[in-house]
Every structure is written in structure tokens, then in C-alpha cells.
Design a protein around this ligand. Structure first.
Ligand code: SF4
Ligand code: SF4
Length: 286
């Protein structure tokens, strides 16, 4: 089962919940993999401290024009939906950062003047820590296209019974790419007006993908009754709640908040796993 842990905004505790869920699986002897798909700001391994056993470079294909063969017909410019090829004085100019590697220009060039070359966009580090398989993507500095790297991370550790995907926050392309094809999505939120607003946006994206989801409230006691009532009135099912705690915050700053959460709130974390298991199996759509 693939469980994506997502949120409408950063700083909700998404990575902490992802790691706690993976740790719970490991303690219950379920083989788990933790996939850090927040490739622009990967931080899972700061906490997991997995021993890295392999590093792989991820490439995408971008076009390169053989100028002597090019007749300046403009077919490549016309097919590119991303304006990544522009004809300047009859010669194609390629903006590699805008290229989505669709291969369209390569296929339409009547002169076979375009070849596809590899461009590295980032790396994937894989290893094991605390009985949990780990893979994390790291996007190269200045690189704009994270979805191909996220897809590559999601292909890692297919042998695990439960694969937990730490998604980027928000509702843009990287977040959608990380959640797409998940069997269940956990949306982590904080009970504040901001949190509710961002959760509503994220839930809209998950519904558009047709995926079942549930909400985990982190620092669940920082909001008042009114805001919790508002969560319920918008139809959000709260599947687990982790209250604010100084011990967790101190653990976070030491880099071992997961052991504190497991010690104090294991039952809540196990609720997430069993809810995902139940609704995944039923194929329910929230
Ligand atoms: S591969 Fe696709 S996105 Fe990239 S330049 Fe060619 S047509 Fe445009
Ligand atoms: S389609 Fe081929 S021949 Fe035509 S402008 Fe582009 S590279 Fe040149």
C-alpha cells in the first residue's frame, strides 16, 4: 500500500507524521519504506539517519539541435506547448529549464535535426535506518523540474509492504505528482484558520485526483472549539490527533521526536494505519 502524507502548507508536521507511521510499521513487523518526495527541501534523513547505501543520478531528456541540418521550418516551435523552443532569426533556441521532456520536437522535426540528450536534475539516496527502507530525492540547485525526480523516488523500494510518501506541501505540480497513484492520502493540518484554509485547498486537489483521504490534526489542542467545529462542518474526517507537547518539540530539536511520539501517541499513529488499510481495501472515495 502506498500512503502519501501531504499538507496544504509547510510546517504542519507532515514529515514527523510520515516518520512516526513508518516507525510504527517497523515496530509491528510490517516492512516499510519511507520515500522523501519533498525533493526541493528533503529533510527525512535528518531524523531517520539512514545509512546511505547507494546514490543514483536522475536525468531527463532535452533536445539538442544539429544546426547544419536545421532548415528553420519552425515545426519544433509550433509543437512545444511550454515555449521551450523559440525560433530566433530562423534558428531554434532551446530553454532547457522550461523543457518538460515530452519528446514532441524530436518527433516532428522533418530533417531529423534534433537529438535527445541527458540532463541531470538531481540525485536519489537510498539506504536503511531503524529497520525502515529509505529513499530520498535531492533536486539540483537551480533546477526547476522536480516531477521527474519525484517519479523516480516513487519507483524505489517496491518490495516494501507499506510505502510512505512524504509529499511536498501545497497543491502545485510537485505535490500532485507525489500524491498521484497513492492508495490513501493523509492530510496533516493544524487547527487554525490558516490551517483550515490550506487544508481545504489540499483536499480539493486530492478529491480531483479521486483518492481517499483522512485528516490528521497536529498540535490538535492549539485551536479553540469553534475551529474544530468548522473542520467538521466542512466534512473533514479527523482520523487522529496529536496534541501540542513540549516533549515533542524538544525531541524535534534533538532530531528524535519520533521516539517521543511513539512512546506517547502510538495508538493515534496506529489509527492512521488502520484507517488507511480499511478505506484502501474498500476502495472508498472521501
Ligand atoms: S521536448 Fe517537449 S517540452 Fe521539451 S522543447 Fe521539445 S517539445 Fe518542448
Ligand atoms: S523542426 Fe527541425 S528543421 Fe525545423 S526548425 Fe526545428 S530543428 Fe530546425
Amino acid at each position: 500500500m502506498n500512503i502519501a502524507i501531504a499538507s496544504g502548507k509547510g510546517g504542519t508536521g507532515k514529515t514527523t507524521i510520515a516518520m512516526s507511521l513508518a516507525a510504527c510499521c517497523a515496530r509491528n513487523e510490517i516492512s516499510a519504506a519511507l520515500l522523501d518526495c519533498d525533493v526541493e527541501e528533503p529533510n527525512v534523513n535528518l531524523f531517520l539517519k539512514a545509512e546511505i547505501e547507494s546514490t543514483e543520478t536522475v536525468n531527463v531528456l532535452i533536445p539538442k539541435v544539429d544546426e547544419p541540418r536545421c532548415t528553420g521550418c519552425g515545426e519544433c516551435e509550433r509543437i512545444c506547448a511550454f515555449n521551450a523552443i523559440v525560433l530566433v532569426k530562423g534558428k531554434p533556441l532551446i530553454f532547457a529549464d522550461m523543457c518538460h521532456s515530452c519528446g514532441g520536437c524530436y518527433h516532428v522535426c522533418p530533417e531529423r535535426a534534433i537529438e535527445e540528450i541527458e540532463k541531470p536534475i538531481g540525485v536519489i539516496e537510498s539506504g536503511t535506518g531503524g529497520g525502515i527502507a529509505f529513499a530520498g530525492g535531492r533536486l539540483s540547485i537551480g533546477e526547476a523540474m522536480s516531477p521527474p525526480l519525484i517519479r523516480a523516488v516513487k519507483r524505489c523500494h517496491p518490495e516494501a509492504e507499506t510505502r510512505i510518501i512524504d509529499s511536498p506541501p501545497g497543491t502545485s505540480c510537485p505535490a500532485v505528482e507525489a500524491m498521484r497513484d497513492a492508495d490513501f492520502v493523509v492530510l496533516v493540518s493544524e487547527p487554525t484558520p490558516f490551517g483550515l484554509n490550506d487544508l481545504t485547498l489540499a483536499a480539493g486537489a486530492v478529491r480531483a485526483l479521486g483518492l481517499p483521504f483522512g485528516v490528521v490534526l497536529n498540535r490538535s489542542d492549539i485551536g479553540g472549539k469553534l475551529i474544530l467545529k468548522e473542520y467538521r462542518s466542512r466534512g473533514f474526517e479527523i482520523i487522529a490527533s496529536i496534541p501540542h507537547s513540549r516533549a515533542i518539540a524538544e525531541g524535534y530539536s534533538r532530531g528524535d521526536c519520533v521516539s517521543v511520539i511513539i512512546e506517547r501517541h502510538r495508538a493515534e499513529i496506529e489509527k492512521i494505519a488502520s484507517y488507511a488499510e480499511r478505506y484502501n481495501k474498500k476502495g472508498a472515495r472521501t
